[in-house]
Structure formats: C-alpha cells, structure tokens
Design a binder for this molecule. Structure first.
Ligand code: TRP
Length: 339
C-alpha cells in the first residue's frame, strides 16, 4: 500500500515551436488535471541540450524556454496554484539524476527505444546526455515524489524505467516505499494529432514542412490556409467510424475538430457525414482560429515582456525547490553522503 500523496508532474522540451499536437495531446489535459490534484509543470531545458536542436544555441534555448512557459500560461495553467519552472533552475534534478545514473543498469538503458531512434545510425556521435536522458526524466519525477505523470504513448517506456529506478533504490537502500511508483497518465490517445500533409505521421516540430503543423503562434490567416491546404482524399466525409479506417487524413481532421469543439467524435462524424471536405475545412478553420487565436494573442502578450515570464519561472522554481530540498536531503542521507 502506497502512502504517497497524489502529485502530478510533467514537462515539455523547449525545442522549436509548439504546435496543435502539444496543445491537444498534452497541455489541454494538464490544465484539466489541475482541478483534480496538485501539479508541477516544468520546461525541461536540461533535456533540450541533449541533442543538436538545443545544444550550443543559448539564445534559441532561452527563447524556446520562455515560449513554452508562455504556452503553459496562455493554455490555462494557473500559476497562482501550479508552479511552472525551468529544470535548469532547480539543481536538485541534476543531483538526483547523478545518483540515479548509479542506480540504473546499462542493460536497462540499452533497451530504450527512443534513444535508438534519436541516435539513429550515428550512435557514437550522440551525446552521453542523450543516452542518460531517461534517467534525468526519472529524477524530474521522483525528486518531488510525484505519483502521476501525464505523457504521450512514446514516453511509456521511460516511465517504466522510472519505476524500476524507484524500486531498485528503495530496495538497495532498504527504504521500502521511499520513492513512489509513478503512474503514467496516457494523454492524447483520443486526440493523436497527425501531420496535415500525411495522416499516418504524428504532427511534429521536426517535420521540414511547416504546412504539416499548426503552430500555437501561427496567425489566423496561416491557420486557415494550412487547414484548407491539408491533404485529404477524393471522397466525401464518411458516415461512420468504420469507414475511417483507410482514411487517415479524414480521421485526423475529424479528430482535431472533435477535440477542439470538446465534442464526441461520433457526433462530429454524424454532423458532417456525406459532406465535401471543402465545407468541413472552412468550419474546422474557423473553429481552430477561434480556439487558438486567444491563446496565441496571450502568448504574444507574455512574450513581449520576457522579464515577467522570467519572474514567474523563478517563483515557480522557488516553490519547486521547497518540495525537492527535503527529499534530496533524505536521499543523500540514505546514500551516505555526509551533510
Ligand atoms: N521526455 C518527455 C518528452 O519528450 C519530456 C519530459 C522530460 C518529461 N522530463 C519529464 C515528461 C518528466 C514527463 C515527466 O515528452
């Protein structure tokens, strides 16, 4: 029986710009979770420097960190009760990460599929940080003894690693139930947002084609234009879920509509059954603009005052450290570090 108080922790990487998939697949759920449990949301700048996108580009990293923070706030994270902060400002993440590097086994790390994907053909040229990335992620979670971690499907394996690390630490230091076994809360299964150019690929910040994604900071014109140009098939919209199977682009656009409208997907299918894409796309464009435009406006307002964002991140880091400090002190004592 676990005695740990419910606490949510999640994070996003500050690399490139955020898009509709980040909002519908993650942020929107985080905002809802604030109503259910205490939450902490970080911008994982330390993870961002594990790969080329964030390494060696200080201005770009700082800009992207502020942009993610602005998206959290504009998307509905209430900073008066939910701390938001950048990882680099809370040294306890790095401290615990080192200890966890000594808990995790090479055999566990060698199984991580995301490292294999990200390192590609040139494993020997990847940073060591990219390899131990999932260990830092475990530290992000466990340095607060967080119990619930909203993540996408692709992060499930990293969560399993966090559970293994927690279990081994508890066992090796004879501290049963010291760290909780954090649960993944898989978000975005109903709303996996796919590329507007190819309905079988995830909408991604690394896609070369900007037309493949709707960025949270896109103008109304750009949003409408991308939706009108989105790939479709020559048939009218289907009348049932079954007919969507071989039609990934139709499925994606209907999913986006349902998620943005907060409507059941079946209801949306019924509403547009038999219609042409052109009319549906106009409605989808209007809906997307109506939902994203206020957020984009708020993001632009926040980003115009970076000092204010920095102040919010500092205050968030301060609150986060207040939770992490006693935990890391306990960990060090258990490990045998003289204080
Ligand atoms: N690896 C996560 C991703 O790419 C980001 C992340 C880093 C994270 N630390 C975390 C997510 C802690 C949840 C909890 O999506």
């Amino acid at each position: 029986m676990s005695t740990h108080k419910p606490l949510v922790l999640s994070g996003m990487q500050p690399t490139n710009t955020l898009h509709l998939g980040n909002y519908l697949g993650a942020l929107k759920n985080w905002v809802r979770m604030q109503e259910e449990m205490p939450c902490l949301f970080c911008v994982v700048d330390m993870h961002a420097i594990t790969a080329d996108a964030g390494y060696g580009k200080p201005e770009e990293l700082a800009r992207a960190t502020r942009e993610v923070a602005a998206a959290y706030i504009a998307g509905g994270v209430d900073v008066s009760r939910t701390p938001i902060f950048n990882q680099g400002q809370v040294p306890e993440h790095a401290e615990l990460s080192w200890i966890f590097n000594c808990v995790a086994r090479l055999g566990w790390m060698d199984r991580m599929t995301q490292f294999k994907e990200k390192s590609g053909k040139h494993k020997e040229r990847s940073s060591v940080g990219l390899y131990t990335y999932p260990v830092l992620m475990a530290a992000d979670i466990l340095v607060y003894k967080a119990t619930h971690v909203p993540v996408g499907e692709d992060q499930k394996q990293h969560l399993e690693l966090a559970r293994d690390i927690a279990g081994k630490f508890n066992n090796d230091y004879n501290a049963p139930d010291f760290f909780p076994q954090p649960e993944p809360v898989i978000t975005g299964t109903g709303t996996r947002v796919m590329s507007l150019r190819d309905g079988t690929k995830k909408m991604s910040k690394s896609d070369e084609s900007d037309a493949s994604r709707i960025n949270l900071t896109d103008t109304a014109e750009a949003i409408a234009d991308k939706i009108r140009r989105a790939k479709t098939d020559p048939h009218p919209l289907p009348g049932s879920k079954d007919e969507l199977k071989e039609r990934p682009e139709a499925e994606n656009l209907l999913n986006i509509y349902a998620a943005l409208a907060d409507q059941d997907r079946d209801a949306v299918i019924a509403e547009f059954a038999g219609q042409q894409f052109s009319g549906f796309k106009n409605k989808l464009a209007d809906l997307t603009v109506a939902k994203l435009e206020p957020m984009a406006k708020e993001m632009r307002r926040l980003l115009a005052d970076p000092a204010e964002i920095d102040r919010i991140l500092k205050a968030g880091a301060h609150k986060a450290r207040a939770i992490a400090t006693p935990i890391i002190d306990d960990v060090k004592k258990k490990v045998g570090f003289i204080a």
